[in-house]
Design a binder for this molecule. Structure first.
Ligand code: FDA
Length: 503
């Protein structure tokens, strides 16, 4: 094994020879390396001093730069970690758990063009664009179109679409990945492929099979979806002593069965539950639905706000619809936080007494929050094998355990991580089983990490975490991997391993 400095020189020299301008390649010796590395780090747990650092960051500006990064990486034993928005909960786009791994970060922040063709209801979005940039461009082009994806506007298109992507339109239109029509990808040989040239198996795998495993997606062709010019939002807060546990217990069966034009999610924090809704229509009709399906929540006309869909994106991101739309373009967002999250799928309603008990968890000084996103509607009518994302019919909702903190040090880390893990353990009897499933975009290394045997990631070990995210689709993902990247170049702690020939 060549020392890191030798590998760096050879890799950087190869990039220069391939025409990548040196100003786009930062090594630890470069003055702007640290700033570029931290530019989209969303979890300080993986930016601590002493964490393994990339030997170079390539801020690609053209497809040829990404192709050269892959080719030079393979030639010189430097792995490539692709970073779009940097929101990976376990930092896999910029950090490695293996101190011996030699890797470069391929930063796609410059691939952020969003071109909307309103007449065709389509758009091309670069992987480095944020969801906020996509929403802004779509909203500017038409009041009648939207794109169904996540709530946080700084999330990157690249990682989000690679893992599925759900938000307030999912009950009507499914996942972001369900609405991808084409993609441009650099494969393990450095070739630039589109849907036709990559083939349907690889195109299936990149729409939900998780980032990193199959290549570098540079851009995505999106199907835009129709929305009415006026939608309605509301947020109602009910505290523990306003029978929040009773309401949450009822919500579990009501929300997944509501009309698909309506999503009612819940955030449970401190000693209250916040019920947040988006309805693709006007307030009067929304009140009819609430009266018919969930009168106990007591929603009134005074709770409603009638706005455009793009304003609803601002509303859910910033808890106010009157903030400037341009905030959607702010890529900085909340940095400077440590984060730990885990997720579950709930298939049977969790009993009232369990919700009653949960308040004591939420009272603790180190408490995080719970986010409950209801499925049903369109989510339940898509086949579990249509994309790698298998959590369709039969899942009432996704339950996310989320903690963030700003205090540095091991004491805070231990307490916060302990809270997330402890509550997750306590919920085990009440959530999906065999396997206990989770959402790949809520990356959780507690579910298991890859082991390399020989020079290839073990499929047998990978199944331990892989079937939790992908259920029966894991084997098909591994079969695609074996064809498109048999040498397992694109690899991280939870990348898809190649299916061994005997399987
Ligand atoms: P990042 O750049 O860190 O990439 C994530 C993974 O994908 C890494 O393994 C990376 O190597 C790989 N990757 C990135 N770009 C790639 C590319 N172009 N080609 C191939 N591989 C690539 N999810 C959700 O469904 N709904 C939601 O509402 C939210 N909300 C939310 C809020 C906040 C604050 C956070 C931190 C996260 C979410 N998420 C979410 C989860 C989010 O969808 C998930 O973290 C995405 O993978 C983030 O994508 P980024 O491009 O930002 O991450």
């Amino acid at each position: 094994i060549a020392p890191a400095s030798g590998a760096t020189d050879a890799f950087v020299g190869c990039l220069a020879a391939a025409g990548v301008p040196p100003r786009l390649v930062q090594t630890p010796a470069s003055p702007s390396y640290a700033a570029l590395l931290l530019s989209s780090v969303r979890n300080l747990r993986y930016a601590a001093p002493g964490a393994p650092r990339p030997l170079a960051i390539v801020a690609a500006a053209e497809p040829a730069h990404a192709q050269a990064t892959v080719r030079c990486g393979r030639r010189h034993g430097v792995r490539v970690r692709t970073r779009s928005g940097g929101h990976d909960y376990e930092g896999l786009s910029y950090a490695s758990l293996d101190p011996r791994e030699r890797f470069a970060v391929l930063d796609l922040a410059a691939f952020r063009d969003v071109r909307v063709d309103a007449a065709r209801a389509e758009a091309w979005a670069g992987s480095g664009a944020t969801l906020g940039e996509v929403y802004y461009a779509v909203g500017a082009a038409s009041r009648a179109l939207a794109f169904p994806a996540g709530i946080c506007p700084t999330v990157g298109v690249g990682g989000h679409l690679s893992g599925g992507g759900f938000g307030t339109l999912m009950r009507r239109y499914g996942l972001a990945a369900d609405n991808v029509l084409d993609a441009v990808l650099v494969d393990a040989d450095g070739r630039l492929l589109n849907r036709t040239t990559m083939g349907e198996d690889l195109f299936w795998a990149i729409r939900g099979g998780g980032g990193e495993s199959f290549g570098v997606v540079l851009s995505w062709k999106l199907r835009l979806v129709p929305v009415p010019p006026t939608v309605t939002v509301f947020t109602v807060r009910r505290s523990r002593n306003q029978s929040a546990s009773d309401l949450i217990t009822k919500w579990q069966v009501i929300a997944p069965a509501l009309p698909r034009d309506l999503i009612l999610r819940v955030v449970v924090q401190n000693q209250h539950a916040r019920f947040e809704a988006l309805f693709l229509g006007r307030c009067s009709r929304l009140l009819d639905h609430m009266g018919a399906h969930f009168p106990d929540l007591g929603v009134t006309r005074a709770d409603c706000e009638e706005i455009s869909w793009i304003r609803s994106a601002v509303y859910f991101a910033f808890y106010s619809s009157s903030k400037p739309l341009e905030l959607l373009l702010d890529r900085s967002g909340e940095t400077g936080r440590f984060v730990k999250a885990k997720s579950d799928y709930v298939q049977e309603p969790i009993p009232l007494h369990v919700w009653e008990r949960t308040w004591s968890w939420l009272e603790k000084p180190e408490a995080g929050l719970l986010i409950l996103d209801p499925y049903g509607g369109r989510m339940a009518s898509i086949s579990p094998s249509a994309t790698p994302f298998p959590h369709r019919k039969g899942n009432l909702y996704n339950l996310q355990y989320y903690s963030y903190w700003v205090e540095n040090g091991t004491a805070a880390l231990g307490k916060r991580m302990g809270w997330v893990r402890g509550l997750y353990k306590e919920m085990e009897p009440y959530v999906s089983k065999n396997p206990r499933t989770g959402y790949v975009n809520y990356r959780d290394l507690d579910l298991g990490t890859n082991e390399v045997e020989g020079n290839v990631t073990s499929y047998a070990k990978g199944r331990i975490w892989g079937e939790k995210y992908f259920k029966g689709n894991f084997e098909r993902l591994a079969a695609v991997k074996a064809v498109v990247d048999p040498d397992d170049f694109f690899r991280n702690e939870q990348s898809i391993p190649p299916l061994p020939a005997a399987n």
